[in-house]
Design a protein around this ligand. Structure first.
Ligand code: MN
Length: 231
């Protein structure tokens, strides 16, 4: 079989400790999953988890020890960083119980849920989908995946982000409102998960704008760092 136009390449992320890569199917994101971030966005922090998606080709893959380039997107004057723990699904399933969730995880990575906040806020106000604020090109930077066995327990890990050396976000994964297992339970009730799915689990408080030339350095303890410059 041949295609009538060039087929898009499969998005993929490097895996630490191997030259093989993790092929990406879908990119799910959890909204408002840390209480202090929910509050800074004007909410109480007590609500069921909700989800949105980004296209797999929005990933900006940054290899270990390198500084990626993050293009400043069109149409925004308020381009926000959201540092997040990313879960990589290795075994699919639907209606996965929280108690079984870890059997479905291949590994973890550090990611940024970049947001055109002004556009997102306008869409919220109008009751329209968030796509233009969240699912734009280059909107999902990610570092290498650490296999779960090497990562160990990430549930208490520190999570942080600096811009030009100044700390903007600093928290712990322990403060997730819906933890990793509960997130997988809820998500897999709404969509059938498959190998290659990524889940951006939400960001702690301290989100704010970046401009061209800014250096973003973020990390999750045990998973390394993610470094990009806004171009
Ligand atoms: Mn987010």
């Amino acid at each position: 079989m041949s295609f009538v136009i060039p087929a898009s390449p499969v998005a993929s992320v490097p895996v630490l400790g191997t030259s093989d890569r993790f092929p990406v199917r879908r990119v799910y994101c959890v909204g408002r999953n840390y209480e202090e971030h929910a509050k800074e966005m004007g909410f109480t922090g007590r609500e069921p988890p909700f989800f949105f998606l980004k296209p797999a080709d929005a990933l900006v893959v940054v290899d270990a020890g390198t500084t990626g380039s993050l293009p400043y997107p069109s149409l925004t004057q308020n381009f926000h960083h959201e540092i997040e723990l990313v879960v990589a699904i290795g075994v699919g399933g639907r209606n996965i119980a929280a108690a079984d969730a870890f059997k479905h995880i291949y590994g973890y990575a550090v990611g940024l849920d970049m947001t055109r906040r002004d556009l997102q806020n306008e869409m919220k106000k109008q009751g329209r989908p968030w796509c233009i604020g969240k699912a734009f090109d280059h909107g999902a930077p990610i570092g290498p995946i650490t296999p779960a066995a090497q990562a160990g327990d990430v549930s208490q890990a520190d999570i942080w982000l600096q811009v030009n050396g100044e700390t903007r976000q600093s928290s712990t994964v322990a403060k997730l409102i819906w933890n990793i297992a509960e997130t997988i339970e809820h998500l897999s009730a709404a969509w059938e998960l498959a190998p290659g799915d990524l889940i951006y689990t939400g960001t702690p408080e301290g989100v704010s704008a970046v401009v061209r030339g800014d250096l973003l350095e973020g990390g999750v303890s045990g998973l390394g760092e993610l470094k990009l410059r806004v171009a």
